[in-house]
Structure formats: C-alpha cells, structure tokens
Design a protein around this ligand. Sequence first.
Ligand code: NAI
Length: 483
Amino acid sequence: MKIAVAKGDGIGPEIMDAVIDVFNAAKVPLEYDFVDMGKWVFDKGFSNGMTAKAKDTIEELGILFKGPMETPKGKGVKSVNVTARKTWNTYANKRTFQTLSGVDTVFSKAGIPIDITIVRENIEDTYGGIEHMLTQDVALGRRFITRPGSMQVIRYAFEMAKKKGAKRITCGHKANIMKLTDGLFLEVFKEVAKEYPELKADDVIVDDLCMKLVSRPDLFDVVVLTNLQGDIVSDLCAGLVGGLGFAPSANIGDHISIFEAVHGTAPDIAGKNIANPTALLLSGLGMLHHLGLMEQAATIENALLYTLESGVHTGDFGDRATASLSTTAFAQAVIQNFGKLPSQNPKPSLANFYVTPTNFKLESNPMLQSHLNDHHKIVGVDFFIESAEQPQAIADKCSLHTTATLKLVTITNRGTQVWPSGSVFTNLINQYYCRFETVNESPLSQNDVIDLYRALAVNFKICSLEILNMWADKKAYSLAQGQ
Ligand code: NAI
C-alpha cells in the first residue's frame, strides 16, 4: 500500500524520519511517496504551498501523512494546512487524548484516567476566512454552519463512538448565544442522536464544557464541536494529558484523509534533533488503525507505552533528573522495546484487515440539494450603514423611505438595539444596521430590496446588507440585543 508523505517544515523532517524509522523496523507494509508541500514550496513561488504533482499524488493515493507546516506571515497567503483540509473535504478532525503512563500530569498523579476523543468540524465556521472591513473601524467576519456539513461530521462522530464502544457522546456548543449557527449544529446533533439510542448523547455549553473538562475529564468520552470551539477545546485536552507533544490528529474525509500531529513546526528547536516525535508517532498509529494495519500498530503502540512508562523521555517532558534523549535516540528506544508490553493498558494485537483507500472522485455534489422544502419568502432587510450620526437622526432619514407595508423596526450598533429604544450608556461606533420589515410578514421581492437600497443610498453610505428570510412560519434571523 502506498501513501503520500510530506515531511513539513521546522522539526517536521526530524520527527517524520524518526517515525518512518520506527515503521520500517516494525515492517509496516507501506510504501512512501514523498511530496513537496510546505513553507519551502511557498518560497519557490507555489502560492498554495504545494506543487501540482504533490496534489495529484495525494488525490490518487488518498492518504497523506504530514509533518507540521509553517504558514508564511503576511497578508494574501493562506495556511497550507487549512487549504489541504478544506480542498479535500476532510470534514472531521479526530483527536484522541489519553493518559500515558510515564507522562506525569496532575490527573495521572491523582489517579484520574483520561480517554477523550474530540471530533472537530474541520471545514466550516470562521475558518472560511470570509472577512470584510465595513468601515475603517469595523471588521466583520462570516461564520458558516451548514446542515449538510454538520450532518457529515456529527454522523462520523456517532459512527466512530459506536465502533469505539463509547458510553457517552457530548455536543459542545454556544447555542444559547449563537442561536442560528450553533443552534443548527445542536439541532443536527439531536436529530442524529435519535438513530443511536445505545449511546448516551447530551450537550454542554462550551464554556461549561471547558470547566468540566479541567475538573472531571474522566466523565467525558467523545465530544463533537464546531471548528473554532473544537480547535480551542482540543488544545485544552492536550494540556490535560501532558501537552502538544502527545496530541495526535486525523483529518478524515470520504476519499482523502490526512494524519498529522496537533503541534506546529517548533521553530525554536528545529534542526537540533531534540523534538519529541510521540505526537506524530501517535498520529501515524491512528493512520495504521485507519488502514487496518492492526498488528504493526499494536507492536509499536505497546513499545511506545513501555518506553514512556520506563521513564525514557525527550527534553520537553519527563523527569528532569534523568537525561533526555534526542529525537533519533527516542525512536531507537521504541524500536528496542518491540515485543514488550506496558504494565498499564497494553494494546491487544488484532489481525490486520487491510483497508484500501477508495479511489473515488467527487463527480456530483450531493450536498448541493437541500432536503428541506419549506415555503420561502423575504420579509425584510438589514442595511449596514456607515454613519457618525445619532440613532434618531438615522431613523428620521430611514423614515423617508418607509411605506404602509415596509417599516423600520430597529436600529442597532454592534448588535445592540439603539432605536426605537436604547440606553445612553451604549457606546456607539460608526456602523449601524437598520432593520426594515414588512407588515404582517407580507413577502418582498428582490427588486423591492434593490429599490430600497437605491433610495437609502441617497442618505447613507451602505456597507452591506442581509436579507431577512422566513421558511414556513419560522423567522430565519436573530433579534437585536434588547429588541
Ligand atoms: P508550535 O506547536 O510549533 O510550538 C509551540 C511550543 O511547543 C514551542 O515551544 C515548541 O518548541 C514546542 N513544541 C511543539 N512541538 C514539539 C515537539 N514535537 N517536541 C517538543 N516541543 C514541541 O506552535 P507555534 O510556535 O505557534 O507555531 C509555529 C509554526 O507552526 C507556525 O508557522 C504555525 O503556523 C505552524 N503550525 C502548523 C501546524 C500544522 O502544520 N498542523 C499546527 C500548528 C502550527
């Protein structure tokens, strides 16, 4: 079986070489096609950080094992890591965090075992990077949460939890504040949960989740979250089990999957042969499991756990009183321990079942078609305007363009209502939105919206607009704070 390997930047080549040494010593039946990706490829003039040949190879082989890659600083360059995850629709980011004996943490010392799998949505949310300056003082970012995108990742999380024999699956969210975006994610979670009655499915508001994770991490099993919240919560979980050096990650898609460590290129220690290869090795073990190479995975994992348990360590963790090993020496120590079992949680050696990545090309886009078919109408519009005037002056100008059927209902500043009522304590900035709604929810046409735009443009500098939709009898927009 052939897979694509990109060594990456900084410590990437050192830790990747160490992991491949371990794989070769364990006779892992894989061939490696090394591809050109990373900062050094950006520097050669490839604006997306990979060559066309690298892209073709990865698309053909379906599996990418990668080292960390540096995102060049400055505007106009997107992270190659994020580009890869999004381009190839690796919609689920799975990160496992387990107590490793030999890696002391406050929880291991207190005898509290941790075995948490975070599934983070990997494509949507604020990672679209869709941001605009509305005025020179105001930046606005868009956050996409979609029903089919949420469905894909949540279904993956439930299937994975079922296979893993998990007892509990938890949705972390902020639906109390972001009622439409996080609300949609939570709604899909509840829908999918009905298909898995054997799993205890519950939800926790993300701030409460963070508090509970640091006080009782042993109560959690599988946790599924949107992209940004999942990013933050998974680093928190890395801290629970000893830091980024022990945090593996898999980006799972229907065709292409990417396996990498959570940590970055560690430029401060690059080239010194002192980096800890454990996180990349654990990511590689996740890849072997994904490919059904269970025997070799068990040999390596048991040897790694035995090595950690016996106090062998690189400079970033472990007992400072004992000398730390270099990256290469640590890998050799793992190899020397093949055949040994750790005293805690030895892994069973299961038979290989050889999964061949499906060579599937996305020829149609099934997610394009919505399965919902409710009656749609436009019932209003929010105009985002730039103005340094007071709310009443803005309302007076808006009123010039209201009609018997189209009314100005609210004006907000930073999402807080400032007209028709508000507080003198609300600090204003130079950007408002003015919400026009139809009386009795009668429908507006797109041309009505354009006509209103033209009319308002006489009085205001318009920065943006949002259509107010209704599907069936449900208003599909949030209320202003205080409305
Ligand atoms: P980082 O994870 O590279 O480093 C943070 C700290 O952890 C540093 O002190 C570093 O020495 C240490 N560290 C990280 N991995 C280690 C290891 N295996 N062994 C021992 N110590 C380790 O994060 P930072 O500094 O924020 O990012 C550096 C670069 O990496 C940036 O260009 C960033 O964009 C990139 N990055 C790439 C990722 C990827 O390829 N998936 C993920 C995160 C960051």
